[in-house]
Design a protein around this ligand. Sequence first.
Ligand code: ADE
Ligand code: ZN
Length: 338
Amino acid sequence: MSTEVTQAFTHGFPKAELHLHIEGTLEPDLKLKLAQRNHVDIGQHTIEEVQKAYQYDDLASFLAVYYPAMNVLQHEQDFYDLAFAYLQRAAANNVRHVEIFFDPQAHTSRGIPFKTVIDGLYRATVDARALNVDAQLILCFLRDFSKESARQTLETALPYKDKFIGIGLDSDEHNNPPMKFARQYEDAAAAGLHLTAHCDIDQKDSIEHIRQALEQLDVERLDHGTNIVEDPDLVQLVARKGIGLTSCPLSNSFVSPEMKGKEVLDLLAQHVKVSINSDDPAYFGGYIGDNYYALADKFNLTKAQVVQLARNSFETSWISATQKALYLKELDAYVATH
Ligand code: ADE
Ligand code: ZN
């Protein structure tokens, strides 16, 4: 039990969120509302029935629940409603800057045009300026789809390049190494996009995948990536290069027996820029403030450690040095008065 850190504090300080799947913010009530609006039968009719289906204990069993639910997303307005609902929650958690993942192939593979998806999401990010939240989009490739599908997705997306800032890699990591997408990462970098990739926790080839993401994809951040503690040389490398690791404690505790708090503290002590994020908050029981609080509470974090995690979130975000300095000043001012 942390004595120094309260829920009011973890929800209140200014922060950046860098690991958030917009499809993972689909709350049961919006899911049911969209199912009705779009005449999609999801086989569940009450919030309790939806929640009862949320049974998973690893990445694959989670994804088996996660993707079918996306059928309720059909129209531009649905993507807008999904994103704006999240952005309101982000504002309530004092998220000042967010870089939001979206999975175009999870929608284009169901016949929804890329334009429908990005137009709805982007319009919500524009409206979020009135909530005092600066929101950007990151296009993720589904790593269990082919590299040809990733190539086509990037080709379709590049005409909309002013609406997203980077690419990521998500979905089922088992036997889907980063290297499979080396060419797409090279093309995205050449197009001026930022680069990140999931290295999920406790995978069969976690360390090899982390190494490939760093050395072959040349990523600026690793999403999750906390298994890196098993390899001191790689830890040194990310510390030296200032590469961000986006950890998600509540998500970790669903797909593994642990929040990975020990690893987060170990990385903090080694000056790695690890941050705290919510991943798929509608499925893993909490938004970003809850994630900070759960970790602080369980691992007895000091206020200074929590503030360092928040500093890291701004420092490893893809905003200008001027913006970083302004947000960090805001964070310091909050801490000084709370
Ligand atoms: N898609 C949504 N959440 C994910 C996660 N944590 N890992 C991989 N793919 C995901
Ligand atoms: Zn994720």
